[in-house]
Design a protein around this ligand. Structure first.
Ligand code: IMP
Ligand code: MG
Length: 175
């Protein structure tokens, strides 16, 4: 058990389960994007660890970039993207692979996809480590999903509870 601020969390997904799954997703992505020169777009902050592990398993020379959108305050999803920050490239005609830590209501991802679509990429695919299918409030399709989980609050492997827990190598769930 670990304590973050006022809350206790218990082990949920082990480091080796995560690594095995990341490897599997990388193999799918490698196959699907062979010769297509995709741009991997990580959504900060939560995806930094997933992105780092995933990118080490991507074949060839990959282009990597980072964007920021509004994220969680406490445990309530804001769901609304105020702004898409940090996208430097012209993505017109590019194949985009969004790399996200978790899709909860899906509202963040929906706003992000809409902002990106305006920039006329060839395609947008979504890789998310975690998905809470029962929490989804919109029609978002992730192509690469690490784990489908119950709608419970999780931390670790990039995910935080009020900025704590991001460095943990495994994923924990609220007790
Ligand atoms: P959504 O808009 O509801 O899909 O929320 C997406 C964002 O909320 C994610 O990118 C995370 O930053 C955050 N989030 C959602 N669920 C969790 C969780 O269980 N733990 C930590 N952060 C979460
Ligand atoms: Mg996130």
């Amino acid at each position: 058990m670990i304590q973050l601020h006022n809350l206790s969390f218990v082990p949920f997904i082990t480091e080796s389960q995560i690594q095995e799954r990341v490897q599997f997703l990388a193999e799918m992505i490698n196959k699907d994007f062979e010769g297509k020169n995709p741009l991997f777009l990580a959504v900060l902050n939560g995806s930094f660890m997933f992105m780092a592990d995933l990118m080490r398993l991507i074949d060839g020379i990959a282009e990597v970039s980072f964007v920021k959108v509004q994220s969680y305050q406490d445990m309530q999803s804001q769901g609304k993207v105020t702004e898409l920050i940090g996208l430097q490239q012209d993505i017109a005609g590019r194949h985009i692979v969004i790399v996200e830590d978790i899709i909860d209501t899906g509202l963040t991802m929906q706003s992000l996809v809409r902002s990106l679509e305006k920039k006329m990429p060839s395609s947008i695919s979504i890789a998310t480590l975690l998905l809470k299918p029962k929490a989804l409030q919109c029609d978002i399709k992730a192509h690469y999903i690490g784990f489908e989980i119950e709608p419970k609050f999780v931390v670790g492997y990039g995910l935080d509870y009020n900025e704590l827990g991001r460095n943990l190598r495994e994923i924990y769930v609220l007790e």
